[in-house]
Design a binder for this molecule. Structure first.
Ligand code: HEM
Ligand code: NAG
Ligand code: NAG
Length: 410
């Protein structure tokens, strides 16, 4: 039974891993191109969000960067923006070029904007102003669909720019986004889903290398997701199931206790590592708040710690406080499992994969567990009813007493 359980857990772990790794949303669907109708560039790269990509040529001898950004509109009256942030990989401080249909002529236009710290506050409309970076030229063209000149949903746009970079400073922070609506000549806020808020890439235009930090964050997120999904979302509930149903199988004796304690302790230890990674991820993305996910995470971790600490104060079976300890242990345990499972679903939201295969896999694993629970619950009832019937018969002197209870671990 125990090894069967282990095999099942390993199998599910593997399944979850496979599904998470093969999640199509985690891989970029589009390919980049270096060729545009007007120019051919040396390098290109797909960007991680919004099916965007860039292509560029960098001339080191005069530090000139010739770059084109490929984006798509999400509404006929929307905007598409690309910019560079001279100081840090974030929206605030970005020098942006924003393309949208001119409200008067309907033709596509490209205007420069500086996204200073007040933009996020949305106190006043965003107004175009000349950039303080060395922008030599810029333009926007609609592409695809046979040279159509009107913006429509899904229309592809290219933003061209030629910039003179600071000599030897070839790492640039690309920032891009797109919104649904432009008020006059003022673009209004973009959607703030996780993907929209991850539209930043630091690229060395000389080597074409992407700066490591975002890759690291992605790896951290994946590890955090797998560790916490498996431990808080599956192993801890599994441990509860073990305690609830195996303890009544007398043939197993104290096995249930070791299975339960072993599962919960190891799940809690690994889950703590996952939790710590989560806290680190929170620190790494200031300004991005996932209130509920964070609070539930801290809640589940506190309950888990309480539960582990309580082991130190576990009274003997004979102690009269034992039954209070037991109720406490059950209450905290169930609360911890509920918070953990709910938070795994919150995690799928936060990762923006609430329709991905990873979630499907997790749901399958969880519903299998719930199915097993229902079966065991029904079985327990049947056994209970049979026992009480036997008990009745025994009291009536028809059957002799035979079994002895196994109270030691109850
Ligand atoms: C039009 C006015 C704009 C408004 C009112 C606005 C507002 C905001 C707000 C409130 C956030 C933070 C959301 C959150 O943390 O939940 C944000 C993030 C972000 N915005 Fe904008 N935004 C505007 C334009 C732009 C433009 C033009 C770009 C791209 C060139 C852009 C790129 C980003 C990026 C990449 C983030 C996530 C990273 C960060 O928070 O720094 N935004 N924006
Ligand atoms: C930089 O050099 C390239 C290639 O030699 C040339 O095409 C471009 O015009 C130069 N840019 C500037 C600003 O001098
Ligand atoms: C940039 O690097 C080159 C070669 O590494 C060097 O010769 C040049 O002086 C540097 N320029 C600046 C402004 O640091």
């Amino acid at each position: 039974m125990d090894s069967e359980l282990t095999t099942m857990v390993i199998f599910l772990l593997f399944l979850l891993f496979l599904l998470l790794v093969s999640d199509p949303k985690m891989a970029s669907a589009t390919h980049c191109t270096t060729i545009t109708p007007t120019k051919t560039y040396q390098k290109c790269m797909t960007l991680p969000t919004q099916q965007a990509s860039i292509a560029w040529t960098f001339y080191p001898h005069n530090s000139t960067l010739d770059i084109v950004f490929f984006g798509t509109f999400i509404s006929p009256s929307g905007w598409v923006a690309w910019g560079i942030n001279p100081s840090s990989p974030q929206m605030t401080g970005t020098r942006a070029l924003i393309a949208f249909p001119d409200p008067n002529s309907g033709q596509i236009i490209l205007l420069p904007y500086i996204l200073d710290p007040t933009v996020k506050l949305q106190r006043s409309p965003l107004l175009s102003q000349t950039l303080d970076i060395h922008l030599l030229s810029s333009s926007a063209t609609l592409s695809g669909s046979g040279g159509s000149t009107t913006v429509h949903l899904g229309a592809a746009v290219q933003i061209h720019a030629t910039l003179k970079l600071i000599p030897n400073k070839t790492k640039i922070h690309n920032v891009w986004n797109r919104g649904l609506y432009v008020q006059g000549y003022s673009p209004t806020i973009h959607p703030t889903g996780v993907n929209d808020l991850s539209s930043i890439a630091t690229i060395d235009v000389l080597s074409g290398a992407v700066s490591g930090s975002h890759d690291n964050i992605k790896t951290l997120k994946t590890v955090h997701g797998i560790l916490n999904g498996v431990t808080w979302g599956f192993l801890l509930p599994l441990g509860v199931v073990t305690a609830r149903y195996l303890r009544h199988i007398q043939a197993l004796g104290p096995v249930w206790f070791y299975a339960h304690a072993g599962t919960q302790l190891s799940a809690f230890l690994i889950g703590t590592a996952g939790f710590a990674i989560g806290v680190r991820l929170g620190e790494l993305s200031p300004g991005v708040e996932y209130g509920i996910h964070r609070k539930l995470g801290f809640g589940a971790f506190c309950l888990g710690s309480l539960q582990t600490l309580a082991l130190l104060f576990r009274p003997k079976t004979t102690n009269k406080f034992r039954k209070y300890w037991k109720s406490y242990h059950h209450f905290v345990g169930y609360a911890c499992v509920v918070l953990g499972v709910v938070n795994v679903f919150q995690g799928f939201e936060v990762m923006g994969i609430s329709r991905g295969y990873a979630k499907l896999g997790y749901c399958l694993a969880l519903s299998t567990l719930i199915g097993v629970c229902i079966a065991l619950e029904v079985n327990a009832w049947v056994v209970f009813c049979r026992k009480s019937k036997e008990e009745k018969m025994r009291r009536e002197g028809l059957v002799g007493s035979s079994e002895k209870g196994n109270d030691n671990y109850n």
